[in-house]
Design a binder for this molecule. Structure first.
Ligand code: MG
Length: 392
């Protein structure tokens, strides 16, 4: 580690990953400094975090809370701004070393593109960025002035760790582990009647509402397959999903010589965040809870049920098709999940809305940034009008 602290921009600081990132920054005050905190609308928590972490700047994305946040921090020297243009600009500031992208959904794309353009080190927690625009991000990274992408997702952190010191041409496939979510053992017929409250009871991981629903439908695992495809340059069909209910094995890499490497750890997002922030220098020692033999004594693996969780198949189809197909899938999913969280649609309607939107939306094979913006808006509008047409 260099002699100066790394200044970190935390986008989505009030969300689950953002809060845990601030824990890690606070755990290593000699290494890290929270320079910028960005929240969408959780004004009170943002104010509280600003008072604790003393960043250079905070941005509240939703403009209606701007004055409230500004007034609350008036007695400090913390700069306060609002709006998405301010975020994209702030991440490019020369003081910023690392950008942690932990905002929810498509909204993460713009600022990630800006950070890559400015050559920043990026700890990627917003998987939708790679799902929506993996091809574009891949291109931008190749052309960038030294920007690197380190995964924060636990599975991708596992792949990264298994691949250290290996050659990609020796890799046969990636085994992406999935907990199976809250409905792994629920019979398929019951999925018609499960509620948002049922889906929010995740067995192992404590996460935000959106990703918890994505985990219940297993869309999250489909997203992670696409995320892995771009992070590691692996074809979708060389990534196999394996259900591992204990969430101790975070993922595995199978090599052409028959060897398999796995990365294990307790299901706690602080671990992959700590690993990502330590890169490329090395691991950060911690007093965190450590694994015991008992934690590893009963590990099981099973094949996923593609009939019960059809969005797994949908994600492979979208990944193989490429272009704007994953962007359309993501946009429809965001609309459908929001409606399900408000109890407006059934759990199984989430798949129907996504499949119908994907069947109808126009396709662009090699999209530019503008194509993604248009495709996202078009797919959202289609999904929203499907919802309106069947609204109760
Ligand atoms: Mg994950």
């Amino acid at each position: 580690m260099g002699e100066t602290k790394r200044n970190i921009a935390v986008l989505g600081s009030t969300g689950s990953i953002g809060r845990q990132t601030l824990d890690i920054i606070a755990e290593y005050p000699d290494l890290f400094n929270a320079w910028l905190l960005v929240a969408r609308s959780s004004a009170d928590l943002l104010i509280q975090q600003a008072r604790q972490m003393r960043p250079h700047m905070v941005i509240i994305a939703d403009e209606q809370y701007y004055e409230y946040v500004r007034d609350a921090l008036e007695d400090t020297d913390i700069e306060v701004a609002t709006g998405s243009a301010a975020i994209a600009q702030a991440v490019t500031a020369p003081e910023v070393d690392t950008v942690v992208t932990a905002m929810v959904g498509y909204s993460g794309l713009e600022s990630t593109i800006a950070a890559i353009g400015a050559g920043k080190r990026i700890a990627l927690a917003n998987k939708e960025t790679l799902v929506v625009a993996g091809e574009l991000i891949d291109r931008l990274l190749r052309d960038s002035a030294g920007s690197v992408l380190y995964p924060v997702d636990s599975e991708h952190g596992a792949f990264y760790q298994c691949l250290v010191g290996e050659r990609m041409e020796d890799v046969e496939k990636l085994w992406l582990t999935a907990s199976g979510g809250p409905f792994r053992t629920v019979p398929r017929e019951r999925l018609e009647t499960v509620t948002a409250a049922d889906a929010l009871k995740h067995p192992n991981w404590s996460m935000g509402a959106k990703i918890t629903i994505d985990s219940a439908t297993m869309m999250n695992k489909g997203f992670e397959m696409i995320e892995a495809r771009w992070l590691f340059g692996i074809m979708p069909d060389d990534i196999e999903i394996v259900v591992h209910p204990q969430s101790i094995i975070h993922s595995m890499v199978a090599f052409k010589d028959g060897s398999v490497k796995a990365q294990l750890g307790l299901p706690d997002m602080h671990l992959p965040i700590r690993y990502a922030l330590g890169l490329p220098d090395g691991r950060l020692a911690s007093d965190c809870r450590k694994m015991t033999i008992e934690n590893m004594a009963n590990l099981t693996l099973e094949r996923p049920d593609f009939d019960k969780f059809p969005l797994l198949g949908t994600a492979y189809e979208a990944a193989r098709r490429g272009g704007t197909a994953p962007c359309v899938m993501n946009a429809a999913n965001e609309i459908a999940v929001a409606a399900f969280l408000q109890d407006k649609i059934k759990f199984t309607d989430i798949y129907r809305i996504i499949e119908q939107t994907m069947a109808q939306a126009p396709h662009v094979a090699h999209p530019t940034h503008e194509d993604y913006v248009a495709s996202n808006a078009d797919a959202r509008a289609r999904a929203a009008s499907m919802l309106a047409a069947q609204a109760v």
